[in-house]
Design a binder for this molecule. Structure first.
Ligand SMILES: Cc1cc2nc3c(=O)[nH]c(=O)nc-3n(C[C@H](O)[C@H](O)[C@H](O)COP(=O)(O)OP(=O)(O)OC[C@H]3O[C@@H](n4cnc5c(N)ncnc54)[C@H](O)[C@@H]3O)c2cc1C
Length: 429
């Protein structure tokens, strides 16, 4: 079979790997001039490692991704340091990444609230019944079982930060999946995610997969017994096509899809993201903290402050200290249209809160990355709204971040859904 895959993110590349191994002829179309999609990175000439455009790490429970890396023989290149994650409480930050540190966190006092927090966490870790949890919002469930105080201090800021205006509509299965699948040790690839993506692409090319960079697919149509993929003036026929873009882009590429399926794609909600990466002359967090969870009510102009070089050594970046300041936002938020300098102006007072000695001249360089499609929003009974991977058009398949539910999107689940799609497409299965 001749197969086209649209997108050289980890989903598309994982699907290509299995389909090629199954003996199919595979071509990947990628509109960017690099592979890796949302998990891609960039590099300054004096850096040995790349930095992800949007902060990325793996969890020890990311078995699909770690399994793929093992199959490729690169498990010795995966590192799992244990960086420090901290929570805000009354103007200070407290480590919050072990049972002991949670027990010592002053934000919940030391009485009933802490016990409720512990029991709710334990229940969510132990239960597998997410189907029951998707019938209720995280807002209502947490308010009932964790109590107002615990919910408002611990869980509501997370929901507001990730989902903005949708915070009280997101279902409890999303929260369950998040608590279930996360570990305190966080992983990365030696050299950065981009190095891994490049090695993977190189391996695919050696296997015979054709990867066409800087080719944007414009439309996909069924023509007699074939799928026709049109890109920049050229049309090419394939037996099957897998699309790994956002649901919105999928709807634009394939207008011939039946109305119901198209409506389902267009009704899926998601948040965008704006992330600034800064290289600094000095360390921002004197305590060496990696991830700062920031509640919106505390007035920070960003949701997360992440000091990457408190996770991997600054030696990989020529001594530069790398910091991310990012937020999940609805498309149309002012951050999407602000210039990089304006955004830096907005963020600068917050950097002083992390380190009173911070000065504007610590900033060597900034980069700002924006995406309309960063985080799918799962509403109540969301499993009914997930578009099927095989679409109603014979030979056309769709696998995106919006379909990995109940799991929260991530490269691990991009690999999982890419491989699942490949099994469905391979006629020998
Ligand atoms: C802010 C942020 C933080 C994140 N943090 C983490 C994390 O810590 N850990 C983690 O594992 N994951 C994280 N993720 C999620 C992770 O990046 C994604 O789940 C994963 O990369 C999705 O892979 P994909 O292959 O499904 O899609 P994508 O990576 O989006 O790949 C789709 C590809 O399709 C291409 N494309 C689009 N349109 C066309 C067209 N018309 N023609 C040709 N090509 C096209 C795009 O250029 C892109 O390369 C994060 C994401 C964001 C936004």
């Amino acid at each position: 079979m001749r197969i086209a895959i649209i997108g050289a993110g980890f989903g598309g590349m994982a699907a290509a790997y299995d389909l090629k191994n199954a003996g199919q002829k595979v071509r990947i179309y990628e509109s960017a001039n690099y592979v890796g999609g949302l998990a891609s990175g960039f590099k300054e000439p004096h850096w040995d490692w790349s930095v992800e455009k949007f902060y990325h790490h793996w969890f020890q429970s990311d078995s699909e991704m770690l399994g793929l890396i093992k199959e490729l023989g690169w498990e010795d290149k995966v590192l799992f340091p244990r960086p420090l994650t901290v929570m805000y409480h009354k103007g200070k930050f407290y480590p919050f990444d072990s049972i002991l540190k949670m027990a010592l966190f002053p934000g919940l006092g030391f009485g009933l609230d802490k016990i409720r927090f512990g029991f709710v966490g334990l229940f969510l870790r132990l239960t597998n019944n997410w189907k029951a949890l998707e019938k209720v919002t995280a807002d209502a469930w947490m308010m009932k079982w964790a109590g107002r105080n615990v919910y408002e201090k611990m869980w509501k800021p997370l929901l507001v930060g990730k989902f903005g205006p949708y915070y009280d509509q997101v279902n409890m299965a999303w929260m369950w999946a998040r608590i279930k699948a996360r570990t305190t040790r966080l992983g990365t690839f030696e050299g950065g995610f981009q190095r891994f993506a490049n090695l993977f692409a190189e391996h695919l090319r050696e296997m015979g997969v054709e990867i066409r960079l800087e080719v944007s697919v414009e439309s996909i149509k069924r023509e007699q017994a074939q799928m026709s993929v049109k890109s920049e003036g050229e049309s090419k026929s394939f037996d099957k096509v897998l699309v790994t873009t956002s649901p919105n882009l999928m709807a634009k590429l394939t207008p011939d899809l039946p109305k119901d399926y198209l409506k389902g794609l267009l009704e899926l909600k998601s948040m965008g993201a704006v992330v600034m990466v800064l290289s600094l002359k000095h360390q921002l967090s004197n305590e060496g903290y990696y991830w700062f969870n920031l509640p919106k009510e505390a007035g920070y102009p960003m949701l997360a402050l992440v000091e990457h070089t408190n996770f991997v050594s600054k030696e990989h970046f020529g001594g530069d200290h790398i910091v991310y300041a990012g937020d999940y936002l609805q498309v149309g938020h002012e951050y999407f249209s602000m210039s990089d300098e304006e955004l830096l102006e907005r963020f600068t007072p917050a950097f002083e809160k992390f380190n009173p000695e911070f000065q504007r001249n610590w900033v060597k360089k900034i980069w700002v990355f924006k995406t309309n499609y960063a985080q799918p929003v799962p509403l109540v009974d969301h499993s009914k709204n997930i578009p099927a991977i095989p679409t109603p058009i014979e030979g056309l398949y769709f696998a995106s971040m919006s379909q990995v539910y109940p799991w929260d999107r991530g490269t691990n689940f991009a690999v999982e859904i890419g491989r699942r799609a490949a099994r469905m497409m391979d006629d020998k299965q």
